[in-house]
Write a protein that binds this ligand. Structure first.
Ligand code: SF4
Length: 224
């Protein structure tokens, strides 16, 4: 079976929207500001984007607050660019629109329940699949409630995350709600590299572990 090229699939969809003169409503699940930086720069050209910050996997309230505040600050920076007519990004042009944000419920118990029995899996394994299922199911549910056309996630920008699993989980979650999941692999086409440049430019807080207590313990173990 041919391997899917999610970045190309997304480009083709965008090409299709543009030909039809459409500017669809997208609910973008975001894990953190550094990962969002490139995804937002790219997507705000073609979509009416609302960020959905839903991450009950994050270790504790203090870490959660840091990440969500940075996400809001980044969105504020992009919206300020639109307001002032500053279009200096690699992918920014006059089509870029204002970005909104919806904050999901931060209830770590939901994460621990979702990954029960998979706690000891290494990062990238079945625990992560369960974590993606939780976060993308809620994204799809909210997208349906607020009448969005599409959902996708910033998670595919990470070189440590499997794009096949994320797209499969996202498509299934979206399908259950009658929403369409936009295929993505944001790390491609220098997306990951650009996210590092943008993170530096905006001085974004870059955490050194994925998010959950298990990934934090793995990181500490590796640095010992
Ligand atoms: S390592 Fe990341 S993706 Fe995997 S379970 Fe933890 S927070 Fe979720």
């Amino acid at each position: 079976m041919n391997k899917r090229n999610y970045a190309k699939e997304l480009e083709n969809r965008i090409w299709d929207f543009q030909n039809k003169g459409e500017h669809p409503k997208l609910l973008l699940h975001a894990c953190c500001a550094p990962c969002s930086s490139y995804c937002l720069e790219y997507l705000r050209e073609y979509f009416d984007v609302t960020v959905f910050f839903y991450n009950p996997n994050i270790t504790d309230g203090a870490e959660y607050k840091k990440r969500v505040e940075e996400e809001k600050r980044l969105i504020g920076e992009y919206n300020r660019q639109v307001l002032l007519g500053i279009f200096d990004g690699m992918n920014s042009s006059r089509n870029a629109g204002k970005i909104d944000i919806i904050e999901g419920v931060y209830e770590p118990g939901d994460f621990y329940k979702a990954v029960a029995g998979y706690e000891s899996c290494p990062e990238g394994g079945d625990r992560c699949r369960k974590c993606f299922e939780l976060r993308l199911s809620e994204t799809a549910r909210i997208a349906k409630e607020y009448d969005f056309d599409y959902i996708t996630t910033t998670l595919t920008i990470s070189p440590l995350k499997n794009a096949d699993i994320l797209n499969e989980v996202g498509e299934r979650a979206a399908g259950k709600e009658g929403i369409t999941f936009l295929p993505s692999d944001f790390k491609k086409k220098d997306g990951y590299k650009r996210s590092i440049e943008l993170s530096r430019r905006f001085g974004l807080y870059r955490q050194d572990f994925c998010g959950c207590s298990f990934s934090k313990a793995e990181r500490i173990q590796k640095s010992d």
